[in-house]
Design a protein around this ligand. Structure first.
Ligand SMILES: [Fe+2]
Length: 194
């Protein structure tokens, strides 16, 4: 179980993700760090929940680590590792399990019942915030428009891949999540300026 506290919690997540990704999947690690930077920019929207979001961002893609691959659905494999091996708290497991509208990929892989049996959904605003952070960060960690991010995923995997089909199904959910977080950010900025 991670040490709860501002530095301890996110440092625990950082160390775990770095161990799993940095050496074997350096580009995925660069992406992960960019995603966590986006979370840091949402403090004005999320307040005390920002640490949970940063930790979820750091851990969201650990299911790509070769040792963790089981079903091949990285969201589910990552969440199971967090629950069964790392002893992470339920919120983190739920956020990782469903990140970036993963219920669509679960359906494409015929794993939706498994996912829904094992993990509940997390609070919608936090889930949308994680989707925003992931889907506005490219594979190298740079921040991009959501439409460019979606196009890059399609071109990387090709039209017939299960990930491309899943992302096509998930696009309305992803774009709505990003737009809703952008609207919340703009409200906070206007209130700060006023
Ligand atoms: Fe990601």
């Amino acid at each position: 179980m991670p040490i709860v506290g501002h530095v301890g919690y996110t440092e625990w997540a950082y160390g775990l993700a770095k161990n799993l990704l940095a050496a074997e999947l350096p580009r995925r690690w660069a992406h992960t760090q960019g995603v966590a930077e986006q979370a840091d920019s949402l403090t004005g929207v999320l307040g005390a929940d920002t640490d949970t979001l940063i930790a979820a961002c750091l851990l969201h893609d650990i299911g790509y680590a070769p040792d963790l691959i089981d079903t091949g659905m990285h969201q589910l494999d990552g969440a199971r590792f967090l629950r069964d091996v790392a002893g992470a708290d339920d919120r983190l497991c739920r956020l990782v399990a469903y990140h970036s509208c993963a219920d669509n990929e679960a359906r494409q892989r015929d794993l939706f019942d498994v996912l829904a049996d094992e993990f509940d959904q997390e609070r919608p605003d936090l889930a949308r915030a994680l989707t925003y952070c992931d889907m506005t960060t490219g594979p190298d960690g740079r921040h991009v428009d959501v439409r460019d991010r979606l196009a890059e995923i399609h071109s990387r995997y090709g039209p017939d891949h299960v990930v491309s089909r899943s992302i096509a199904d998930a696009t309305p959910c992803i774009v709505a999540s990003v737009r809703s977080v952008q609207a919340a950010l703009s409200d906070v900025r206007q209130a700060d300026a006023g």
